[in-house]
Write a protein that binds this ligand. Structure first.
Ligand SMILES: Nc1nc2c(ncn2[C@@H]2O[C@H](COP(=O)(O)OP(=O)(O)O)[C@@H](O)[C@H]2O)c(=O)[nH]1
Ligand SMILES: Nc1ncnc2c1ncn2[C@@H]1O[C@H](COP(=O)(O)OP(=O)(O)O)[C@@H](O)[C@H]1O
Length: 206
């Protein structure tokens, strides 16, 4: 194994455009791959096991927690979500750059484990636009929208703990900002390779 890959974490309130942005970023960058999380929630619409998420029962999820299978896990909107060690450890060890699309609680846990992880928070341009995006996406039940808007206030308050904030107003500009962050981190990391043992120690790979 040469050098471990970079770790990028993207968090946002539901509806801010995180999934669309990460998808666009991955299409532009062949060296980046996204981690597929485990969740206890049921699949929606066209979602496939192993593509959007690994869908597992609550008992199985709790067994995985007890076994220490997750780097991080959290309860979000009443369901459990987690990033499995198996999902990203081997890819990072091979030197691949990995993106985690997770909530702020998970992002802060990842930063504790991997201080070199780059935490990016995606903001909507306004509260009204966030609400409109939730409605346009098809989340039409008023109580679902109200819960997500209330949660958004709690989530956005955590943006100050992140390394970068990207405002997703014009979609292509936001993708460009994400690309710039990824590029800058790669350049920074290339410089750090001159101090290889320090990096390895930080990653606890030695
Ligand atoms: N902590 C943590 N959060 C996750 C993980 N996977 C997804 N999430 C978050 O869970 C929340 C709900 O995701 P999802 O069920 O896809 O609903 P959506 O945000 O309405 O599309 C989002 O904030 C995701 O970022 C994970 O592995 N760990
Ligand atoms: N910059 C943007 N301008 C307008 N609509 C957007 C923008 N970014 C995303 N959207 C739309 O907003 C909705 C929510 O985006 P999505 O990626 O599902 O959000 P999240 O993953 O953060 O919950 C989708 O319908 C998406 O097409």
């Amino acid at each position: 194994m040469e050098y471990p890959g970079n770790l990028f974490v993207v968090a946002a309130p539901s509806g801010a455009g995180k999934s669309s942005l990460v998808k666009a970023l991955l299409e532009l960058d062949a060296k980046l791959s996204v981690s597929v999380s485990h969740t206890s929630r049921a699949p929606r619409g066209q979602e496939q096991h192993g593509r959007e998420y690994w869908f597992v029962g609550l008992d199985e999820f709790r067994d995985m927690v007890a076994r220490g299978d997750f780097f991080e896990w959290a309860e979000v909107h009443g369901n459990l979500y987690g990033t499995s060690r198996a999902g990203i450890e081997s890819r990072m060890a091979q030197g691949d750059d990995v993106v985690l699309e997770i909530d702020y609680q998970g992002a802060l846990q990842i930063k504790q484990l991997f201080p070199y992880a780059v935490l990016i928070f995606v903001l909507p341009p306004s509260w009204e636009e966030l609400k409109q995006r939730l409605i346009r996406r098809g989340d039409t039940q008023p109580e679902v929208i109200a819960t997500r808007m209330a949660n958004a206030r709690v989530e956005i308050d955590q943006a100050r703990h992140f390394d970068f904030v990207v405002v997703n107003a014009v979609f292509d500009s936001a993708v460009f900002d994400l690309k710039a962050i990824v590029h800058a981190q790669r350049l920074k990391y290339a410089a750090q390779r001159r101090n290889r043992s320090a990096v390895f120690q930080a990653l606890q790979l030695d």
